[in-house]
Design a binder for this molecule. Structure first.
Ligand code: C2E
Ligand code: MG
Ligand code: MG
Length: 656
């Protein structure tokens, strides 16, 4: 029951009151009332009454003012209390909301002055963060930092006005990166100088995750879960652009199951889908690099992006493995047999773009189908032929080592003046069961490409050591036997010297009984690490010859670093040697260089008396060439040793 109706105080004798107040006052025996409303802001909160029950009191002006003052004070106090509660509520909301507030000072180095305590949600303590006010930049993802700085700079210069919104990753204390929307706004002073930047960070990780899932769905094939054509093309574009800029080459394999339609017809579509899934699993199992992409283009077509290939043979080798994997029967409740055809396109700088590559690979697949299925074809016939040879020979080579199809021949190195055999070069031969003899020029590159070179190299060392032992047991004193070491042998492993030392020990053969031939090109290609290997070979005491001298761009400095034991002038300079030609000049230069440094020079590939005369005239003392002897079997080499000396035209010419 209130006596006041407006925000003004009311002084009232009960007898003058009207109902229902009158009844109430009579009942409570109040005879006189002074009432004043308590206003909180513009709202009426309540009322304070002074009441006299003894007399009909007339309230003085000062009593009325005092009550008015009192109600105003109470109203103000309540208003303030409400405000405080509201603030507390806001604070509560902030501390519990996912939105983080922060403020950054307006002058470089733009320190963080405030951050709301709810950063604790991400494992940080606000107070601690503020102790190192420059640290906040480190919390942004490295890829986002420069943009954060650009943003601050833009706001500071006034270039970025209003609210700036960016999506960024921030690192939580546990190391995870979390996506936020960062909304910032500058506060400026009267001179338009930046005072402060206020920022709000909204956690958008859920949205980002949803987007990623959506992206995943739109980029993947529902049956197999593999990337779809769209996703594949994006990866292909990336690989192509990288290769264009000098990155690694790559190949595309376009795989089509042979007669998949029949499988669908005979076993039903759900079995067909199961088969596609199983094929996808097998393809995935053959994936070797995370950069390789295996996708389904729809129907029974799969595509593989093979990253980082060195040459077409790599692609051929993978295609052969893919075919083999698909050929294995699938056990899907029932056993299903299928095969595939594969078209291959290899990146080359001449291809105009990825669409062109897809066209190429499509044609190649068409050829593979046309030529009888269950095979692969390249987009070019020349590549086909070369690669098929490499792939098949590569496989054969693995077996050749097991079956002892490789053999060593020995070619003498002769001192011209005395006919004395000063060395033998061991040269590998492969007696291929179907193709006949194959020279190292053909199989060494294949061995390098498929990694067999390491086994080949080990085999070679053992074969040389064994031969030396055998000759010794037969009472002969063989000269040092040299053998060739290819770049691939040194590249793949840092163990070459260790292995060599170990095998020499095994066969009880001293380091001076052998010699390692390294071409100039190999020397040039070797990185620092491999150079160390050469240095270690040197410190093992194993002699080193520089092979094919003059064909590489060698820096002659290694001749000083590693005092090599022989320089072998490449046969291409001997082949066309004529008086006054450039070739003879190279031979002369090599010989005077050798003389200067005290390194004996061997002329390779001397086939005629004419060539012999010229190299002799140029000052060369040693030769290796058909004119003295071609590479011969171990037993023929033993005969040469027994004969003691070797004369032009071979041993026969001297003895008749
Ligand atoms: P290379 O080390 O320069 O070997 C000399 C090559 O010249 C040998 O060929 C030899 O048969 C040939 N030759 C020798 N005298 C004459 C001649 O008067 N006229 C002509 N036209 N040729 C002559 P081969 O055996 O075919 O070897 C070719 C290359 O293959 C070798 O060149 C060497 O770099 C490499 N090679 C040979 N065997 C091996 C091996 O076991 N391992 C490695 N990594 N490479 C090897
Ligand atoms: Mg050689
Ligand atoms: Mg040579």
């Amino acid at each position: 029951m209130s006596a006041t109706a407006t925000d003004e105080p009311v002084a009232l004798l009960t007898q003058n009151a009207s109902e229902p107040l009158l009844g109430f006052l009579m009942k409570t025996e109040v005879r006189s009332t002074l009432a004043a409303p308590v206003m909180v802001g513009k709202e009426r909160w309540g009322e304070i009454d002074f009441e006299d029950c003894r007399q009909e009191r007339i309230w003085t002006a000062s009593e009325i003012d005092a009550l008015k003052l009192l109600t105003e004070m109470i109203g103000a106090a309540i208003g303030r209390a409400n405000e405080l509660r509201e603030f507390a509520d806001i604070r509560w909301v902030i501390e519990n909301s996912p939105v983080i507030l922060y403020r950054i000072g307006g002058k470089p180095p733009f320190p963080m002055n405030f951050v709301s305590r709810n950063v604790s949600r991400y494992g940080y303590d606000a107070k601690e963060l503020l102790e190192s006010p420059g640290r906040y930049l480190d919390l942004f993802h490295p890829d986002d930092r420069s943009d954060v700085m650009a943003n601050i700079g833009g706001i500071a210069s006034g270039r970025l006005g209003g609210e700036v919104r960016r999506e960024r990753r921030l690192r939580a204390a546990d190391g995870r990166y979390i996506w936020f929307e960062d909304r910032t706004r500058g506060h400026y002073g009267p001179q338009q100088e930046l005072i402060e930047i206020e920022g709000l960070l909204f956690d958008i990780s859920d949205r980002k995750a949803a987007e990623a899932r959506l992206e995943q769905v739109s980029l993947s094939d529902p049956v197999t879960g593999l990337p779809n054509r769209k996703a594949f093309m994006a990866e292909l574009d990336r690989a192509y652009a990288a290769a264009r800029l000098g990155g690694p080459a790559f190949a595309i394999h376009y795989i089509d199951l042979d007669r998949f339609k029949d499988i669908n017809d005979v076993f039903g579509h759900s079995k067909g889908d199961e088969l596609l899934k199983a094929v996808a699993d097998r393809l995935l199992r053959l994936r070797r690099r995370s950069a390789d992409v295996i996708a389904r283009f729809g129907g029974d077509e799969f595509v593989v992006l093979q990253s980082q290939i060195t040459d077409a043979a790599d692609a051929g080798a993978l295609a052969a493995r893919l075919l083999k994997a698909i050929e294995e029967p699938f056990n899907l409740g029932i056993e299903i047999h299928t095969t595939a055809s594969i078209g291959i396109a290899v990146f080359s700088a001449e291809v105009a773009g990825t669409e062109e590559m897809i066209k190429q690979v499509d044609l190649a697949l068409y050829r593979a189908k046309d030529l009888g299925r269950n095979q692969f074809h390249f987009h070019s016939e020349a590549l086909d032929a070369a690669t098929i040879e490499r792939v098949t020979l590569g496989g054969d080579l693995q077996r050749a080592l097991d079956r002892g199809e490789l053999q060593l021949n020995y070619q003498p190195q002769v001192e011209i003046a005395s006919g004395r055999i000063v060395g033998f070069e061991a040269l590998a031969r492969w007696n291929h069961p179907r193709q006949g003899p194959i020279g190292p020029a053909r199989f060494v590159p294949i061995a390098e490409a498929n990694g067999t070179i390491h086994r080949l190299g080990r085999w070679l060392i053992d074969a040389v050591c064994q031969q030396i032992s055998e000759w010794r047991r037969a009472g002969l004193q063989p000269p040092p036997v040299s053998f060739n070491v290819s770049g691939g042998q040194l590249r793949g492993t840092a163990e070459f010297d260790r292995e060599l030392a170990e095998r020499l020990k095994h066969w009880s053969i001293g380091p001076k009984s052998i010699e390692v031939e390294l071409t100039e090109t190999v020397l040039m290609e070797t990185t620092q690490r491999h150079r160390e290997i050469i240095g270690r070979l040197y410190s093992l005491g194993v002699p080193i010859a520089i092979d094919d001298f003059g064909t590489g761009y060698s820096s002659l400095s290694y001749l000083r670093t590693y005092r090599v034991d022989h320089i072998k002038v490449a046969q291409e300079f001997i082949k066309d040697i004529r008086p006054g030609s450039g070739d003879i000049a190279i031979v002369r230069a090599a010989i005077s260089l050798g003389r200067e440094l005290g390194i004996p020079v061997i002329a390779e590939g001397v086939e005629t008396q004419f060539q012999l005369d010229l190299v002799k005239e140029a000052g060369c003392r040693f030769v290796q060439g058909f004119y003295f002897s071609p590479p011969v079997s171990a037993s023929s080499a033993a005969d040469l040793l027994r004969a003691g000396a070797l004369w032009p035209g071979g041993p026969a010419s001297r003895h008749g």
